[in-house]
Design a protein around this ligand. Sequence first.
Ligand SMILES: Nc1ncnc2c1ncn2[C@@H]1O[C@H](COP(=O)(O)OP(=O)(O)OP(=O)(O)O)[C@@H](O)[C@H]1O
Ligand SMILES: [Mg+2]
Length: 410
Amino acid sequence: MYRATPTIVGLDVGTTKVCTLVARVLPEGWDIISFANVPSQGVQRATIVDIEEATAAIINSVERAEQSSGMDIRSVWVGITGHHIRAFPVEAGLKITDEEKQITQVHVDALIQMAQRSLSIPEDHSILDTIPRQFTINGVSGIKRPIGLSAREVKIQALVVTAATSFIQSLTRCVRQAGLEVEGIVLEPLAAGMATLSESEKELGTALIDIGGGTTDVAVFLENALVDTFALPIGGNHVTRDLAIGLRTPIEEAERLKVNYGCALPEKVGSDETVEVTELGRGKQRPIPRKALAEIIEPRMRELFEIASERLERKGWLPLLAGGVVLTGGGSLLEEVSELAQSVFGLPVRIGEPLLPIGAPQELKNPIYATMIGLVLHGIKHYRAVTEVIQPWWRRWENILRRLKRLLPW
Ligand SMILES: Nc1ncnc2c1ncn2[C@@H]1O[C@H](COP(=O)(O)OP(=O)(O)OP(=O)(O)O)[C@@H](O)[C@H]1O
Ligand SMILES: [Mg+2]
C-alpha cells in the first residue's frame, strides 16, 4: 500500500554483531532514521546454531533501533550468507508469438521460470534469487532492459542463487519469533556490493570480498550484474583464534590485540615496537614485539586471499576483474590488509566504505556496515519497483505536484 513516508528496515544477523538500520524512502533518495548494533549470539560461521539465543540478539537489536526512532518495526529485509550458498549460471529462450512481437514483463517472468526449471537444484536447497545477466534479442546480446523492445525470439542468461532450506527456515523462524515479518531475504555480498561499488566497477568487473567474523563472502560483478558468488568458511575470528593459541592468551585479549595492534604485513611493523599481552591462566602481563602479532596474522590472511584468488582463477573470473577487488566487513579494517590482498591477487584493491545519504551519521561510513546498508538499499529498490508497477499514476501525480511546487512562489 502507498504510504506518505515509507520506511525500510535492514537486519544484518552476523557471527559477531546484529545490526538494524531504519531508513526512510524519500521521493529522490533516502535518509537514515535510526541504527543499532549489538553483539551477536547463537550464530557461528554465519549459521544459526541456537534459535533462542539468535532470537534474543535480534530482539535486542531491533528494540534499540525502535527506541531511538520512536517507531514500531514490523518487517525487515534480512541478510543471508554462509558456506551453503551456491550459484548456478543458467540460460533459457522463447519465441514471441504475440502479434505485436513486443517483449513484456510476462515474457521476462516466463524466461526466468524456464531458466530456474532448467536447473536441478541441490537437495535441501531453495532458490534465493535469480539475477538476469543479459538478454539476447534476435541474436543481439548484451541487452539489459528488454521490456518494450520488439523481438521474434529472446534469450536470458541469469544466475540462480540457492541456499540451504534448513538455514532459510532457521533464519525465518528467528525473525518471526522476534515478532517481525520477513520482507525479503537478500544475499549478503550482493547487498555489500550495492552499498560500496560504483557503477563503473560493477560494469568493468570487480570482486567484492566481505571478511566477516565467521565467513568470507565473495561476489563477482560484471557488466552491471552479479555473475558469481561463494563463501569461504574462514573469517576474522580464525585470526583471533590463531593469536590466542600462538600467544597463549585468552580469546578476548587476542581480539583486543588484533583490533588495536594487528597488522597484515610484518615488514611494515617497526622492530622496536612492543605490546603487553595477558598470559593465559596466570593473568600476568608480558611484553612481546608487535611484529610477532603480524607474523601470526599474515599467514592466515594470506591463505584466505589465496583460496579466494584460486577459486576466482579456476572459474575464469580473475582476468576479467578490470575493476579490481573491494574489501568490506570487519576484517577489512586490519592494518595493511589491502596491500597484502593486492600482492596475492595482483590487482588493485580498495576498502569499500558504504555510500551514505547526506547527513547520515559518520560512524556508519565504515566497511563493517556495508552489508546492513546494502540490505536497506535492496529494500528501497524493491519498494520503488513495486510502487512503480502497481501505482504508476501515483508517481506521475507526485512528479506533477513537485514540478508545480517549483513553479509556484509559495
Ligand atoms: N580494526 C579491526 N582490525 C581487524 N579486525 C577487525 C577490526 N574490527 C573488527 N575486526 C574483525 O572483524 C570481524 C567481524 O566483522 P563483521 O562485523 O563484518 O562480521 P559479522 O558480520 O558479524 O560476521 P559474518 O559476516 O561472518 O557473519 C571480527 O573477527 C573482528 O575481530
Ligand atoms: Mg557480515
